[in-house]
Design a protein around this ligand. Structure first.
Ligand SMILES: [Fe+2]
Ligand SMILES: [Fe+2]
Length: 149
């Protein structure tokens, strides 16, 4: 049973992966206690969106030096759809088992081990500097509170 995502040697992605593992472990612990975990699942979704936006920004910078970008983005969409489906279950009054959280952690760790590792390898072959912090994707910009609301 996994508890962490692998370290890949990319400072920002490693930090974000550690946070996703923290989020998921907190969700699993809450579900084990019998809590619904809705807020924790929302936090995992928010942090995942932010992290995927960071990786996809690097993919755009790498362009033809990373030809797997389309498939990698599709994997991100699939992971988010899984999380959103679980949140919809909770919103509809359903319950989650801690095993659902464990499966999310396994899927994130597997993704980091394969697709993300290849992305970091492509980045290493370039002279691109490592980003120090996340830049917000479009989805995140839309989620920020707007003045007057
Ligand atoms: Fe990742
Ligand atoms: Fe990824």
């Amino acid at each position: 049973m996994r508890r962490h995502l692998p370290r890949l040697g990319h400072p920002l992605f490693d930090r974000q992966h550690a946070r996703l593992a923290d989020d998921t472990r907190a969700l699993i612990a809450a579900l084990r206690r019998g809590a619904a975990g809705r807020c924790l699942l929302s936090r995992l979704i928010r942090d995942s969106r932010r992290h995927f936006a960071s990786e996809e920004r690097l993919m755009r910078q790498l362009a033809e030096r990373y030809p797997e970008a389309e498939g990698h983005r599709a994997l991100h969409r699939g992971l988010l759809e899984d999380m959103l489906r679980l949140r919809a279950t909770l919103a509809g009054g359903g319950c989650l088992h801690h095993r659902h959280g464990q499966l999310l952690l396994e899927a994130l760790a597997h993704h980091a081990d394969a697709a993300d590792r290849n992305l970091v390898a492509a980045w290493r072959r370039t002279q691109l500097p490592a980003p120090r912090r996340a830049t917000h994707g479009l989805a995140e910009r839309h989620r920020r509170p707007r003045p007057g609301l």
